[in-house]
Design a protein around this ligand. Structure first.
Ligand code: HPA
Length: 263
């Protein structure tokens, strides 16, 4: 089986593995179902690209097979994952186009499987002090500075069940609770990555002000249009980050966050 060292999970509006040389398509079987990705090379690194919502955005956020996706990446040898996420912003200081290296989440999902540790697996409570790998976040921040890409370092991602957008009352509540941006996918993706011992970080791209903040109804098209304008920045940031990443730096502790599963 072809192996990859790093992976990019592309969210809404990021469906193209661009910048990968010698790209080949793969379907990987896992105990949780199968997952598809493209594997190719960039700057001497082997990188897998996985569009989270499937090709053509056919899978809604609450029906994504997150366990198959993450397990498949682990199976092909991936150690570090960078994910994109389209988000609404609850802060006027983070307007459409802003990039946020999120560092915390609030979980408002409802019906998702959020763990590998059930059935015949031992009961395990994974540490979520750093839900996103702190080394990868630092590296993304340094890479962004080098590439002259403006990012906000840190932010709290509120994850909703979807697929509907939020009510203005929900947005007011989330903002009071300390949320900065709202999306529908970081849970359980970040949790499962940690359970598997993967270093994982998300860069959120603000595509809209949240419901009730702009005076206009919110549409999926608006989200897609804003992503299309800025996706090149995410691509530049991720590929530059992977070309300069030292994979042996493991002071983050992600590898063993859930005990032996990551080793
Ligand atoms: N809410 C939830 N998810 C989103 C939004 C939003 O406003 N924008 C992009 N993804």
């Amino acid at each position: 089986m072809t192996q990859a060292q790093y992976a990019i999970i592309g969210g809404t509006g990021v469906y193209d593995p661009a910048l990968l040389d010698h790209a080949t398509e793969h379907t990987i079987d896992t105990p949780y179902g199968s997952a598809s990705c493209t594997i190719g090379e960039h700057a001497g690194r082997s990188i897998a690209f996985m569009p989270r919502h499937g090709k053509g955005h056919s899978v809604p956020p609450h029906q994504i097979n997150y366990r198959a996706n993450l397990y498949a990446l682990k199976e092909i040898g991936v150690t570090h994952v960078l994910a994109t996420a389209a988000v609404g912003s609850m802060r006027l200081s983070l307007p459409p186009g802003a990039l946020v290296i999120v560092d915390q989440f609030l979980d408002f999902t409802k019906g998702r499987v959020t763990t590998f540790f059930e059935g015949d697996k031992p009961v395990t409570h994974v540490d979520m002090t750093d839900p996103y790998c702190r080394n990868l976040r630092g590296h993304l921040q340094q890479t962004a500075a080098r590439e002259n890409i403006v990012v906000s370092d840190g932010g709290t991602y509120v994850c909703t069940e979807g697929p509907r957008f939020e009510t203005p009352a929900e947005i007011r509540m989330f903002a009071q609770l300390g949320g900065d941006v709202v999306g529908m996918t970081t849970v359980p993706e970040a949790v499962l990555a940690k359970e598997l011992g993967l270093c994982y970080a998300t860069v959120a791209m603000v595509t809209n002000l949240c419901a009730g903040m702009s005076g206009q109804p919110l549409t999926h098209q608006e989200v897609l249009d804003e992503m299309a304008k800025n996706v090149h920045l995410l691509r530049q940031l991720f590929f530059a980050a992977f070309s300069t990443l030292d994979p042996s730096a493991s002071s983050c502790g992600c590898r063993t966050a859930a005990g032996s599963m990551g080793e």
